[in-house]
Design a protein around this ligand. Structure first.
Ligand code: UFG
Length: 342
C-alpha cells in the first residue's frame, strides 16, 4: 500500500509541483485546497504529467468542523505538507487581519486535527522573508530572525514560533520548516507552472506576461541599491528543485532521521542575481526584447538576499540541479503554452 500524504494548497504553484514529485515517487496524495488562488484544472495538469489524479478535498481550512472531519477521513495519512496560504506582500499590508486570520487559523486547525488523528509529521512552507534585511550574507539558518516588513511575512515568522512551542509539548509532532528564497520556473513538460491571479506581484511572471504582450511594460523597482548594477539581488530557485527538497524533507521525517523535533532549512541555490541580470538572461534565453523601465523603489524591498545552502545539502542530501537559464526557459515555455491554451 502506498503511503498517503496530505498536501494543503496542492493546486497552487509550489504545491502542485511537489504533488508531481510525490506521485512520481510512489506516494498517494490527497490535496486540500479552497481554490481561492488556484484552479481545479491543475488536477488535470498533474494527471497529464504523472498519469495519476490525486484525491481532492475542496475545503476552507479556517472551517474548524470541516477540517476536523477531513483529517478524520484521512487519518491513515503519514504526513502533512502545508502550502495553503495567502502570499501577496502588498495585499497583506492593506489587509493584515485577512492575512493573520487565513494563514494562522488554518495552520492552527491543521495542527490540532492532525495531532488528534495521530498524524505526527509536518512540513511547513516558510520564507526567507523571516530574515528581514540581513546584515550577514550569505544567509545561514543561524542568521537572526527579524520582524518581517509585511503582515504576510510575519505570518511565516509567527507560524514557525507556533511550531517551536508545539514541538515542546507532548504532541509527538515532528516538523520541518523550509524557508524558500525566490521560486521561479515551471515543470519541464510545460504543463504546470505559476498562474498568478490578476496582475503579478513577482518578477518572473511579470517578465513572462510582458514578453507575451499581456502587460505593456515591466517596472524595475529602483536602480540605486548598493549592488553590482544598482538593482536588488535575489536567490532564484527552480520550483522543481524546491519540490524535490520537500520530498527529501519528507523522507527524513518518515525515516526518523531528524535531530530535533523542529528543523529549519534554507532552500535557495546560493547564487544571487540582480533584477537587470534576470532581464538580460531572459532576453538572451528567449531571444526576445523586453519592454522595461526603471521606476522608484518598491517600499519594503530588501537590497540583497541569498542563501547559504550547506545545511540542506548536508542534512536533506539535496542540491539544486537547475541553473538560471533553465529556470527562465521553463517559465517562458509555460507562458507560451498558456497562450496556446486560450
Ligand atoms: N521586481 C521588479 N518589478 C516587478 C516585480 C519585482 O523590479 O514588477 C523586483 C523587486 O523589486 C525585487 C525582485 O524583483 O527586487 C524580486 O521581487 P519579487 O516580488 O519577485 O520577490 P521578493 O523577493 O520581493 O519576494 C519573494 C516572495 C515573498 C517572500 C520574499 C522573501 O515573493 O513571498 O521573496 O524574501 F516573502
Amino acid at each position: 500500500m502506498l503511503q498517503k500524504i496530505i498536501v494543503t494548497g496542492g493546486c497552487g504553484y509550489i504545491g502542485s509541483h511537489t504533488v508531481v514529485e510525490l506521485i512520481s515517487n510512489n506516494f498517494e496524495v490527497v490535496i486540500i485546497d479552497d481554490l481561492s488562488n488556484s484552479n481545479k484544472k491543475t488536477l488535470e495538469r498533474i494527471t497529464k504529467i504523472t498519469g495519476v489524479c490525486p484525491s481532492f478535498e475542496h475545503i476552507d481550512l479556517k472551517d474548524i468542523e470541516k477540517t476536523k472531519s477531513i483529517f478524520k477521513k484521512h487519518n491513515d495519512a503519514v504526513a502533512v505538507i502545508h502550502f495553503a496560504a495567502f502570499k501577496a506582500v502588498a495585499e497583506s499590508v492593506k489587509e493584515p487581519l485577512m492575512y493573520y486570520r487565513n494563514n494562522l487559523l488554518s495552520l492552527i486547525n491543521i495542527l490540532e486535527f492532525q495531532i488528534e488523528e495521530g498524524i505526527t509529521n509536518f512540513i511547513f512552507s516558510s520564507s526567507a522573508t523571516v530574515y528581514g534585511a540581513p546584515e550577514k550574507l550569505p544567509i545561514t539558518e543561524k542568521n537572526e530572525v527579524q520582524r518581517p516588513f509585511s503582515p504576510y511575512g510575519n505570518t511565516k515568522k509567527i507560524a514557525e514560533e507556533i511550531l517551536e512551542d508545539l514541538v515542546k509539548t507532548s504532541s509527538n509532532l515532528s516538523a520541518i520548516s523550509l524557508r524558500y528564497f525566490n521560486p521561479i520556473g515551471a515543470h519541464e513538460s510545460g504543463f504546470l507552472g505559476e498562474l498568478p491571479n490578476g496582475i503579478p506581484n513577482n518578477l518572473m511572471p511579470y517578465i513572462t506576461q510582458t514578453a507575451a504582450g499581456i502587460r505593456e511594460e515591466l517596472h524595475v523597482f529602483g536602480n540605486d541599491y548598493d549592488t553590482k548594477d544598482g538593482t536588488p539581488v535575489r536567490d532564484y530557485i527552480h520550483v522543481v528543485d524546491l519540490a524535490e527538497a520537500h520530498l527529501k524533507a519528507l523522507q527524513r521525517l518518515l525515516n526518523k532521521e531528524q535531530e530535533k523535533p523542529l528543523e529549519i532549512y534554507n532552500l535557495g541555490t546560493g547564487n544571487g542575481y540582480s533584477v537587470l541580470e534576470i532581464i538580460k538572461s531572459f532576453e538572451k534565453t528567449t531571444n526576445t526584447s523586453l519592454n522595461y523601465k526603471i521606476v522608484k523603489r518598491r517600499p519594503g524591498d530588501v537590497e540583497k538576499l541569498y542563501a547559504d545552502t550547506t545545511l540542506a545539502e548536508e542534512k536533506l542530501n539535496w542540491k539544486c540541479k537547475h541553473g538560471i537559464d533553465e529556470m527562465i526557459a521553463s517559465s517562458w515555455k509555460w507562458e507560451e503554452n498558456l497562450k496556446n491554451e486560450q
